[in-house]
Design a protein around this ligand. Structure first.
Ligand SMILES: *Cc1c(COP(=O)(O)O)cnc(C)c1O
Length: 422
């Protein structure tokens, strides 16, 4: 099991095991595992094979598929690359990929849910999302029977589905407002007694779960890649890839140089690109008109110690901004070449690789890892049963903004309590 210490990368002090922040500064805390050498636990299913480097005591049964890594033939040839590997997070049974909510949020949710269950505090987890994150947490919480509150803008309700019957201990709160208002309401709810937020990029279970992409790939390739390509919104996956690579260097068997991070955003709604290149921050209608709005995050963990900027500086990384047109062509190229549908976000990463190959910023024989962060939705629709989650409560965006108004908390507790006594 993953025995570890939480340490602040800035001040170097150990922190309490469930801390999200350092007591002294705003760094992203990092796990320091007792096992310095990665031993694959073949007896455990899915991503739990990497439990040595996950912050949990045991696996969450019924949840936690892992991505697959394979060497690309067709796309590699199209791009003129000889050593291109693809990490695929999604549903593709022919390649043994069975992440049923079809994105690499399926790597974050199971360790987060398991870690929370192990704390045995009985809190309900609060997640604001109407997309890949919500589906992944709904699926993992259903496996665990963990009380979960999904806070979604009304417009996102139809995107909530799972491939297992959703458990009775999920409460869907739809907010009569936009995504930002849903996030703000979720933050207020998470501050109430009996509720807890998932912590986003600050949660090591999320980051180390995503790190499995690099761990799985390094085992498949026999080495750390020279380059890592991923489409980012918050950039948490980039931080996770960097941290996992540091651990693999510590292991000693996978080389001693860090992969260069190539993070891709969708222009013009590209705050990380703006921050890294010093160009004007996006304004106006974002995320309206984006190729994939999962790639828009208003407050990415960029400048915090241990955040995206440190990850880019530590790896001589870059950020690029991809247009909708480039992404759309790249998606077609990938889907025809590799034979599986991918999420629009993943196409943005393909376009970034295509650009880097054309410009010579990656060389023909470089060892490259392309993170396909989501795909196979059309395969899921063909093969699995889809369960849609229904809204339980309609909330006003201003709910919980005054200390005297706790009626929403009472309503949620009634729903959770009625269904699943805690
Ligand atoms: C969440 C997500 C991303 C971006 O992830 P980061 O948190 O920015 O690393 C990319 N692709 C898909 C499919 C996603 O769901």
């Amino acid at each position: 099991m993953g025995e570890y210490l939480l340490r602040c990368p800035r001040c170097g002090r150990p922190q309490p095991p469930s801390a999200l922040d350092c007591a002294n500064d705003d760094s992203l805390l990092r796990t320091e595992y007792v096992a310095k050498r990665l031993t694959l636990r073949e007896d455990l299913p899915g991503l739990w094979k990497f439990i040595d480097w996950l912050p949990v005591k045991g696996p969450l049964r019924g949840s936690g598929e892992k991505p697959v890594t394979f060497r690309s033939q067709v796309l590699a040839r199209e791009l003129g690359l000889s050593r291109l590997y693809i990490s695929f997070s999604g549903y593709w049974p022919e390649r043994e990929a069975r992440m049923a909510t079809c994105s690499f949020k399926d790597l974050e949710a199971p360790p987060t849910v398991e870690r929370l269950m192990e704390r045995k505090e009985g809190q309900a987890l609060v997640v604001a999302s109407a997309g890949n994150t919500a589906r992944a947490f709904a699926q993992a919480a259903s496996a665990a029977g963990l009380p979960l509150v999904l806070v979604v803008p009304t417009s996102g309700e139809s995107r909530l589905w799972t491939t297992v019957p959703p458990s009775e201990s999920i409460c869907v709160v739809s907010v009569k407002g936009d995504y930002t208002e849903a996030i703000d309401l979720a933050a207020r709810l998470a501050g109430e007694a009996g509720f807890v937020g998932e912590g986003g990029a600050r949660n090591v279970a999320r980051r180390d779960g995503m790190g499995v992409v690099v761990l799985d790939a390094a085992l498949a390739m026999g080495a750390l890649p020279d380059h890592y390509f991923q489409a980012v919104g918050s950039g948490t996956g980039g931080i996770a890839a960097w941290e996992a690579s540091l651990r693999l260097i510590g292991d000693g068997r996978f080389g001693s140089s860090l992969p260069r991070l190539h993070l891709a955003q969708n222009s013009p709604c590209a705050p990380l690109y703006a921050a890294w290149t010093g160009s004007a921050a996006p304004q106006g209608s974002c995320p309206g008109g984006m190729y994939d709005d999962v790639l828009y995050n208003r407050k990415p963990p960029y400048a915090v110690p241990g955040g995206v900027r440190d990850a880019l500086e530590g790896t001589a990384g870059t950020v690029c901004a991809i247009s909708n047109g480039e992404a759309s062509l790249a998606r077609q190229l990938f889907e025809e070449g590799e034979g599986i549908d991918i999420l629009p976000a993943a196409a943005v990463a393909v376009a970034a690789l295509q650009r880097a190959a054309a410009s010579g910023s990656v060389k023909k024989d470089d060892l490259i890892l392309l993170n396909i962060t989501g795909g196979g939705v059309s395969r899921v629709r063909e093969e699995l049963e889809i369960f849609t989650l229904k809204s339980d409560i309609e909330a006003d965006p201003s709910a919980l903004s005054s200390a005297s108004d706790k009626s929403l908390v009472a309503e949620i507790e009634e729903i959770l309590g009625r269904r699943a006594p805690r």
